[in-house]
Every structure is written in structure tokens, then in C-alpha cells.
Write a protein that binds this ligand. Structure first.
Ligand code: URA
Length: 239
């Protein structure tokens, strides 16, 4: 494929802008500046350097971000920064979207992709990709609250009680719970319905991908990484 087309497909701008990037000597391949925007390359294994970036060609991108508190999962945030400001611009330009949303004050694992089929597969309740959370509560946790979360709690606007797949107390004011739904404020609403209140919420895993067990590279808050085929396989996604 022509170099300008490769760069365009990766989110570096219009074809015209990509040609200029190349002609301006901004693109290196194999350590050498390439100035011909029409030079042909095989996209398989294609890597180039642009500024400080070493950029790998990917037909679709899959990303894991350790979301910090204070960021909204929106392109047009109302009162806070956007999570999209934590990703490199070309990934946003090629329309990588968050897979579901976390509240502005929720921290933890948030996935992004420009593969609509992937986004649907991970967020759809039918595929049952689990989401694991650790909630710090305002009041000490009581056994009856854990029992209620496991048995199912009745939420406003839900036709039937909603149950956690797993729930356990892990500290005086901490509950870990696993759910397979992605509804608005679900964990906070479930814990409120069980008789407590969430002060802080952290998502440590999506399916078998965890920030804490080595299944992903170590990610500090604000860090992101590409998901490789082995990570997608852990999510049960084979394309
Ligand atoms: N449940 C919530 O209440 N908030 C989140 O951010 C995610 C799940």
C-alpha cells in the first residue's frame, strides 16, 4: 500500500496531510527518513517512526487504559477532562471508542477499539463478559448486604431484581463484586439498594483481563497499552 494511504488509515490525517508529513521528512522507516509518499509497503508488520512515536500498523486497534478519576467517557465532557485526551491523537482520529463507560469518579480498566464488532461483543449482556469491581463503601459492610447482592436487589426502573455473579467482603468497608451487565451506575445502585453507599469504585478486570494479575502489562493510572491477540483471546474474542 502507498505510504500516504497507510498513514491515513492509521489516523494521521487526510491523504493530503499525510503526503505533507512524509514530504516534510517527519516519517522514518527502518531508521531512515522516507520522503516519497507513494513508496509502497506491505502493511503486515509495518512499523514507522513519526516524531517520538514508533507506530505499528494495525487494521483495527484494541486498547486498555487504566482510567484515573476525574475523566469523563465522552468526546465532549461537560465538567471534566475527556478520557480521549489520554490516548494518542491518531487513535482518536481513527475513531477508537470506549467499550461501555465508567463514571467520572470510577477508576480502573477501560477498553477502547475501532472494531464495532468487538465493542458489541464485550458490552453485550448476551455474551456475558464479566466486569469485576472493588467498591469502597461509606458504612462498614454487613453480611446481609453481601447476601442481598448475591440474591438480587430491586432497582428503580428495572423489571426484575439484579444479582451479582459474585460478591464478597474484602475489607471493613470494601466489597468485590462481579457483574455481567453494563447498565448506568449499576454497581453504585446495587450497593445502595443493598443498604450501603459507594464512596469509591475501581474496576480491576474485564473478563479474564485484569490490571492486577499480570494478564496485562503493568498500567499506572493514565497509562494505556495495545491489546494483542492473546489478550483478545482472554476476552473470548476471536473476531
Ligand atoms: N457501575 C457504576 O455504578 N459505575 C461505574 O462506573 C461502573 C459500574
Amino acid at each position: 500500500m502507498h505510504l500516504d494511504r497507510i498513514l491515513q488509515s492509521q489516523g494521521f490525517g487526510s491523504r493530503k496531510e499525510c503526503r505533507k508529513l512524509v514530504r516534510d521528512g517527519e516519517v522514518k522507516i527502518g531508521g531512515l527518513v522516507v520522503t516519497d509518499p507513494f513508496a509502497e509497503y506491505d502493511t503486515a508488520g509495518f512499523v514507522c517512526e513519526i516524531g517520538d512515536w514508533e507506530w505499528e500498523y494495525a487494521e483495527k486497534v484494541y486498547i486498555a487504559l487504566h482510567k484515573p478519576a476525574g475523566y469523563e467517557c465522552s468526546h465532549k465532557p461537560k465538567h471534566n477532562e475527556s478520557v480521549y485526551h489520554l490516548l494518542p491523537e491518531p487513535l482518536v482520529a481513527r475513531d477508537a471508542q470506549s467499550v461501555g463507560r465508567l463514571d467520572v469518579d470510577t477508576t480502573g480498566l477501560l477498553l477502547f477499539s475501532d472494531d464495532g464488532q468487538f465493542i458489541h461483543a464485550i458490552s453485550s449482556a448476551r455474551r456475558q463478559v464479566t466486569k469485576s469491581y472493588r467498591a469502597t463503601t461509606a458504612q462498614p459492610v454487613e453480611a446481609a448486604q453481601i447476601e442481598a447482592l448475591l440474591a438480587g436487589v430491586q432497582l428503580h426502573d428495572e423489571p426484575a431484581p439484579v444479582a451479582a455473579l459474585e460478591a464478597r467482603q474484602v475489607g471493613e468497608r470494601q466489597i468485590e463484586l462481579v457483574i455481567d451487565h453494563g447498565k448506568y451506575h449499576l454497581v453504585k445502585r446495587m450497593i445502595a439498594a443493598a443498604g450501603n453507599h459507594v464512596d469509591q469504585l475501581h474496576r480491576h478486570a474485564v473478563g479474564a483481563l485484569s490490571l492486577e494479575d499480570g494478564s496485562l502489562p503493568e498500567l499506572e493510572p493514565e497509562d494505556w497499552c495495545y491489546l494483542r491477540p492473546k489478550h483478545l483471546a482472554l476476552l473470548g474474542y476471536t473476531g
